[in-house]
Structure formats: structure tokens, C-alpha cells
Design a protein around this ligand. Structure first.
Ligand code: IPE
Ligand code: IPE
Ligand code: MG
Length: 230
């Protein structure tokens, strides 16, 4: 395939509905979703994508019942081993979001995985955890305002804001894929998606396959990206 997106954002949505359809608890769907997350990384690599960012937990997802949140945190804890293995395969892991409210062991492991995989060049995996696009922009704005007041910078530009987002070391976001039938960003990479292409699909995330990914990439490849030009 030609015209492969360099950076794809995945909104891993539909886990709850997938489980409900099977008469299972929602966390069963999150479990299956996590398995698809792992497979999707490999499919992206096989297809020549350079970077993939996965929306795993939003700043708004704290509104969910405590047992579901606990289930997601337990799942994350179990998945840290897999994430670590990816880091050992020359994959760089970047966590997007404020992980300070997470338990100490999860926080330390994530921080260490990010640190030790920093120079890996094979592929970049972004994992958005307690991530919100508005919070991300707010954080960049605060940092830049402080620098401005100290006289370290004399202007606030789009480039500078971009440097203070979690995605600063990633290629530009080309494509956002959202399964589950919902057609919204839900606060995912709102700055970065300014000129991204969107592919919304009805498949629920736990059922997402390599064929679905290929379909989305083909769809992307057929789009005319004008970036405001003609
Ligand atoms: C996405 O699946 C996973 C998270 C938000 C953690 P959902 O849990 O939102 O699944 P639906 O949308 O309720 O089916
Ligand atoms: C977006 O899904 C967040 C993640 C996939 C982590 P949600 O299920 O939370 O989004 P809404 O509530 O349908 O907009
Ligand atoms: Mg959802």
C-alpha cells in the first residue's frame, strides 16, 4: 500500500457494549480490548506505520463506577509486563496524560518504561492514560506562561505549544480511527487532530481486526489532504 499514515490515533471504544452483548461484565470487554491493543501494535508495524497512539483512559473516565475503574487499573497493572516487552523490542513507549493519581507501583513502572525506551527507534507507541486534550493544552499554556513571565521566551507560538504537548517527539497525527459507531473525538488529541483524517467504524474495539485497520488505511490513502490549500 502507498501513502501509509505515519501516525495513527486509536480511540479504543466499545469494550463495554461488546461485553454487554455477551451478557458479561464490562471489565471482560476491557480485557479483550487490551489484547487487541497489543495485536494492533504489530499490525501497524507490519503495514509500515511509524507511530500509534492509543486512548486507554480519559480524564472524563473517572466518572465511571469505582469497580470498573478498579478493573481497568488492575488490567493496566497486568499489562505492564507486555508494555515492558514492547520496550525491549526497540519500541519507544510514550505515556500521554497525568499519571500522578495512579497507584505508586503503576506510576513507577510506567515512568521507568518511558525512560528506558527513550532511545528506541523501531516504532513509537503512545498510551493515553488519564489523558484529555484540554488538560494537555492547559498544561502547555501554564508552562509557557511561566517561561514568559521569567523572560525566557518573548512570544507564544503554535510551534512552541506543540513542543510542550505529550506528542512533541512523535510524527504529526495523520489519521484517527474510532470504532464503536460513535463519531466524536471525546477530548482525544484535539490540538493534534486539527488536520488529521478521521475514519469512524461500527466494529466494537474487541472485534477490531487487521482487515479493519487495512480498510481504514486504504480509506485514508484515498483522501485528498489539502491543508487549506487547493
Ligand atoms: C472504551 O470502551 C474503553 C475505555 C473508555 C476505558 P468503553 O468502556 O467506553 O465501551 P462502551 O463505549 O461503553 O461500549
Ligand atoms: C473515549 O471513550 C475514551 C477512551 C476510549 C479511553 P468514551 O467511551 O469514554 O467516550 P464517550 O463518553 O462515548 O464520549
Ligand atoms: Mg465508550
Amino acid at each position: 500500500m502507498e501513502n501509509i499514515p505515519q501516525h495513527i490515533g486509536f480511540i479504543m471504544d466499545g469494550n463495554g457494549r461488546w461485553a454487554k452483548k455477551r451478557g458479561m461484565p464490562r471489565n471482560f470487554g476491557h480485557d479483550r480490548g487490551a489484547a487487541v491493543f497489543k495485536k494492533t501494535i504489530n499490525w501497524c508495524r507490519e503495514l509500515g506505520v511509524k507511530c500509534a497512539t492509543f486512548y486507554a483512559f480519559s480524564t472524563e473516565n473517572w466518572r465511571r463506577p469505582p469497580d470498573e475503574i478498579k478493573g481497568i487499573m488492575d488490567l493496566l497493572r497486568r499489562y505492564l509486563k507486555d508494555i515492558r516487552e514492547s520496550a525491549d523490542e526497540n519500541i519507544r513507549i510514550i505515556i500521554l496524560g497525568d499519571i500522578s493519581p495512579f497507584d505508586g507501583d503503576i506510576r513507577e513502572e510506567l515512568t521507568d518504561i518511558m525512560r528506558t525506551s527513550k532511545d528506541n527507534t523501531g516504532f513509537i507507541v503512545g498510551i493515553a492514560l488519564n489523558y484529555g486534550g484540554r488538560a494537555e493544552i492547559c498544561r502547555a499554556a501554564k508552562t509557557l506562561a511561566e517561561k514568559y513571565s521569567r523572560g525566557e521566551i518573548t512570544d507564544i507560538t503554535e510551534e512552541l505549544i506543540g513542543e510542550y504537548l505529550y506528542t512533541s517527539d512523535m510524527p504529526p497525527l495523520d489519521l484517527v480511527i474510532r470504532p464503536s459507531g460513535e463519531q466524536r473525538l471525546s477530548n482525544f488529541l484535539i490540538w493534534q487532530a486539527a488536520y488529521a483524517e478521521f475514519v469512524f467504524m461500527d466494529v466494537l474495539w474487541p472485534d477490531f481486526t487487521k482487515k479493519d485497520l487495512e480498510y481504514a488505511i486504504r480509506e485514508y490513502a484515498g483522501r485528498d489532504r489539502r491543508f487549506g490549500g487547493i
